[in-house]
Design a binder for this molecule. Structure first.
Ligand code: F6P
Length: 563
């Protein structure tokens, strides 16, 4: 379906049917739904690769799901999905294809970017991009092996002991999250550190204790113009040259800096040998890029084989999304349920609660994936949307959250749908004395899902002999919706599957909301203004049109800096 010709979501009969259904449904009681339907848990559980996903603790009936699927059909989610996989330019505001799925396609796949050659929209004449994807993966693999084995040496001939990835946003969050998630799979011979913030403290701390002769920098930037990254890369270069001595120069930079970018000209201008540049393409969005060359530092850490296992995991869920019927399509259902709460329950946020210490950075990674993709308020035609779009995504590892903000999840006034993510087995490398922790960890996950869904009635509280005045305080209303995602173990493949699941969930929501999930114009204004304000801070230069509040803050800042 052509997005331009699409009826506004809130004018579609399927949308109205959902609104009416919500009204008729009223307050759903999960205790009741489970009590009268013994097959509910099984019926609302789907499999995607190794992921066992239980949707039964949602405020839904079979009718809700049917109506949501009808909405997906009416908004042609499947049509847009197929267009994405086919390489059509569905990122219309940037006129780009959206082909992160090609990054994990098998070597013999054939994927072409529509309009790259021949007639616009005719993919037939364009070149197959899969060989180029695999050529880069092969180069990455060879490079990663050289660094891991010690064959790649620094300027003085010493092996590399630390790789520092300099990047921000999608050029940091994905590899940093995955490196932490897959720590048990990483070599301890080479440590990977990540620097993103333009706050000099970030680089300062990352370089602490490092020997420049044994340090390699990966400058990861799709555009190679991002001010934070280029500023950090320049300072890292200065640190290196200072450490190596006054006689070193370009040659040393070439041994200690490699780049990941789509912009060869800027990479060369920085002084990095383009022979040491790992390429990716404009059809990979920054927040969808960690399985591209942006994952180079990660690959050095976990090794090419594990990286390929991760890609295979992504591909498994890509195939699931592409082929599973709507009733059993996990990303589709996750996306639709999010819309159900967002639009019809006034839920403003969505919590992601991994019961895995290694997934500590997963929610932060998802924040960019989801909020940069779907934080939009105009539709594909530039018309203001009259419906809610992307939620605020947040979360931390579940057990820690239990002792912090779960109080609000259980008894607060806000409805916060949440994903509980857990694994049947702890990571393989845990010593036996620590493996017992795992059952306790997972008991917490299951208990929280249960408590959130079914709560504790006033009568149950009374039956425990609680004083009447405390009964309201100790009652849990329940009916707090969760999705439980259970996987055998946090392996590279399972991580790839999880990320792909969320990528496609975000896709589904953007498709229904009729927004462009693949641009990010909303980050531009702040960037432009920062450039304008900086000379005011350093030189006291006037900034044309500076508002009174910011002008006063700038003046006070200068005063505090003694300028
Ligand atoms: O925050 C905006 C953004 O463009 C992100 O989309 C991107 O991931 C990040 O900046 C970094 O961009 P680059 O890889 O070009 O340095």
């Amino acid at each position: 379906m052509n997005a331009a010709g699409r009826t506004g979501l809130d004018r579609m009969p399927e949308w109205h049917a959902l609104a009416k259904h919500r009204e008729e449904l009223g307050e759903v009681d999960l205790r009741e739904l489970f009590a009268k339907d013994p097959g509910r848990a099984e019926r609302h559980t789907v499999r995607a690769g190794d992921l066992h996903i239980d949707f039964s603790k949602h405020l839904i009936t079979d009718d809700t799901l049917r109506l949501l699927r009808e909405l997906a059909a009416a908004t042609d989610v499947a049509g847009l999905r197929d267009a994405m996989f086919r390489g059509e330019r569905i990122n219309t505001t940037e006129d780009r294809a959206v082909l992160h799925t090609a990054l994990r396609a098998p070597r013999d796949a054939d994927i072409r970017v529509a309009g790259d050659a021949g007639n616009a929209g005719n993919a037939g004449n364009a070149e197959n991009i899969v060989p180029a994807v695999h050529a880069v993966l092969d180069r990455m693999g060879a490079f990663a092996e050289r660094v891991r084995s010690g064959e790649w040496t620094g300027h003085t001939g010493r092996r590399i002991r630390t790789v520092v990835n300099i990047g921000i946003g999608g050029s940091d969050l994905g590899p940093a999250m995955a490196y932490e998630a897959l720590r048990p799979y990483a070599t301890r011979e080479v440590e990977i550190r990540f620097v993103s913030n333009v706050d000099g403290s970030d680089l300062h701390e990352a370089l602490r204790g490092l020997d420049p002769t044994e340090t390699l920098f990966v400058v990861a930037s799709k555009t190679f113009t991002t001010i934070e990254t280029i500023t950090n890369a320049r300072s890292a270069r200065a640190w290196l040259l200072e450490g190596l001595g006054p006689d070193t120069g370009g040659e040393a930079v070439a041994r200690h800096f490699v780049a990941v970018s789509t912009n060869a000209a800027e990479v060369a201008a920085f002084g990095i040998d383009t022979a040491n540049m790992f390429e990716f393409w404009d059809w990979v969005g920054g927040r969808y890029s960690y399985d591209s060359a942006i994952g180079l530092a990660l690959m050095v850490g976990i090794g090419p084989d594990n990286f390929h296992d991760m890609l295979a995991g992504f591909h498994t869920v890509d195939e699931h999304f592409r082929t599973a019927p709507p009733e059993a399509n996990a990303p589709l259902l996750m996306g639709l349920l999010g819309i159900w709460y967002n639009a019809f329950h006034d839920a403003q946020s969505h919590a992601v609660l991994p019961y895995s210490h290694y997934l500590g950075r997963f929610p932060a990674y998802l924040q960019q994936l989801d909020m940069e993709s779907n934080g939009k308020s105009v539709d594909r035609n530039g018309e203001p949307v009259r419906w809610q779009t992307g939620p605020v995504v947040w979360g931390t590892p579940g057990t820690n959250g239990q002792h912090a903000y779960y109080q609000l999840l259980h008894q607060g006034t806000k409805l916060v749908p949440a994903d509980l993510i857990g694994f049947a087995r702890p990571v393989a490398e845990l010593p036996p004395r620590l493996r017992d922790h795992h059952d306790l960890l997972m008991a917490n996950l299951f208990a929280q899902g249960q408590a959130l869904a079914f709560g504790k009635t006033a009568d149950e509280v009374r039956a425990e002999g609680v004083a009447e005045e405390l009964v309201p305080h100790r009652t849990f209303r329940g009916n707090r919706p969760t999705t439980t995602i259970l996987a055998p173990r946090l392996t590279p493949s399972v991580l790839g599957q999880l990320v792909a699941l969320y990528e496609h969930k975000v896709f589904v929501q953007g498709a229904v909301w009729n927004i462009d999930s693949f641009d990010q114009w909303g980050v531009e204004l702040g960037k432009v203004l920062a450039k304008r304000v900086e000379p005011a801070l350093t030189e006291g230069a006037g900034v044309p049109g500076l508002d009174a509040s910011t002008a006063a803050l700038v003046a006070r800042y200068r005063e505090l800096r003694g300028r």
